[in-house]
Ligand binder design. Structure first.
Ligand code: CP3
Length: 347
């Protein structure tokens, strides 16, 4: 990160909480804060497809800034997607509205892994770097860079699209561990390169999204996923930015998400923060964990449930308020704006 950016955000509440330090107010941001819940986002999307928006820095900057303006959140998250790096090196992927990433030719064999080559961010995703640079010039809150974790990206490549049971992915992992490890190692190299490039361009923190890791039991996670994800965290250590590790339904994996090398562990709504705290080492901060479905209810319900999250954290300074997963498209933006006010005014 350029020193000027580091100095500008040295006392930003989001970064202080990530480091476990007391802050001027409790920080909050929302996973998928950019997106269809915002009418101004839907207006942008009428003009361009997802990949087109991501490849056009002017549009990606605007989509990143929209929720910051509207909600007053304490961090921005780069507008991109976890499949952008693999698409950029030639894997044919579509982002289907209402569905998610769909892969033209799913990965099934060792020969498929050969279709992945190392990514060179300056050459392969120059638009992402340009977007990050433009954003840090404009933002008055820190920017979070991100990548998809090897397991979650591998699941899309192997299944060919979203999956409930991740059955083919698990079958490959157990049946042909050599191919599996080659696959997750290649994806780890790509995630590491893209995350380093984002931080070098000015991102103040990173989040590794292993959204679907909760499909695994702890033994399988430790043996078949943790080594690759750990390599990503270790490869970022010298940059000195907070590293957030997130997945859904990861109650049994929380200690392992921390062990992989995270400074902050994301918690979904299934585990109260108080319990999550006991599953990670002291010194690891938590992020979460209001159920995004709650945000579709009337304000008194949202307020009561948000207060439960705050109470479950207690006075611990190492807490970044967030939802337990992404903002649902039917969420009323006013609810999220009120939620930010509530979190900011909490003791
Ligand atoms: O605001 C932000 O969070 C920043 C941008 C962001 C997007 N995708 C934009 C997007 C981020 C951080 C992601 C990460 C991502 N992408 C994840 C990890 C986070 C998570 O939710 O667990 C995953 C699993 C994906 C894969 C993916 N891409 C899905 C499941 C979808 C949604 C499909 C749908 O339409 O419901 C996408 C597309 C996508 N990525 C959208 C956005 C705003 C919606 C696209 C649209 O406008 O049509």
């Amino acid at each position: 990160m350029p020193p000027a950016v580091r100095d500008r955000f040295a006392d930003a509440p989001f970064l202080r909480a990530c480091r476990g330090e007391a802050a001027a107010h409790k920080p909050v941001w929302f996973m998928r804060q950019a997106g269809r819940a915002l009418p101004e986002y839907r207006a942008l999307r009428e003009k361009a497809g997802m990949f087109e928006m991501i490849r056009t820095p002017e549009l990606a900057v605007e989509a990143t800034l929209q929720p910051v303006r509207r909600y007053g959140v304490d961090a921005a998250i780069l507008f991109s997607d976890i499949v952008v790096p693999v698409e950029a090196i030639g894997i044919r992927i579509e982002l289907k509205p209402g569905v998610g990433p769909v892969i033209d030719q799913p990965f099934r064999t060792a020969a498929d892994v050969e279709r992945l080559r190392p990514i060179e961010p300056e050459a392969d995703i120059p638009y992402v770097i340009e977007t990050v640079r433009a954003l840090v010039g404009e933002l008055d809150v820190p920017l979070i860079g991100f990548a998809g974790a090897p397991f979650t990206v591998a699941s899309y490549l192997v299944e060919g699209g979203p999956s409930r049971d991740h059955a083919r992915t698990k079958a490959l992992m157990h049946e042909d561990p050599a191919t599996w490890h080659a696959l997750v190692d290649a994806l780890a190299d790509m995630a590491l390169a893209t995350l380093r490039a984002q931080v070098e361009a000015g991102a103040s923190a990173i989040q590794l999204f292993d959204s679907w890791a909760g499909a695994l039991n702890p033994d399988d996670y430790r043996q078949h996923v943790l080594p690759a994800s750990s390599r990503i965290f270790a490869g970022l250590a010298d940059l000195g930015v907070p590293r957030i590790h997130f997945g859904v339904a990861t109650g049994e994996l929380l200690p392992l998400l921390a062990e992989a090398g995270a400074d902050v562990v994301g918690v979904d709504w299934r585990v109260p923060l108080r319990a999550a705290r006991s599953r990670v080492p002291a010194g690891v901060a938590l992020q979460g964990n209001l159920d995004p479905a709650i945000c579709l209810a009337d304000w008194p319900v949202v307020e009561a449930e948000a207060r439960k999250v705050l109470a479950s954290n207690g006075e611990h300074p190492g807490h970044v308020f967030n939802l337990g997963h992404g903002v649902l498209p039917d969420t009323d933006p006013d609810t999220l704006a009120r939620l930010v006010e509530l979190v900011h005014s909490s003791p």
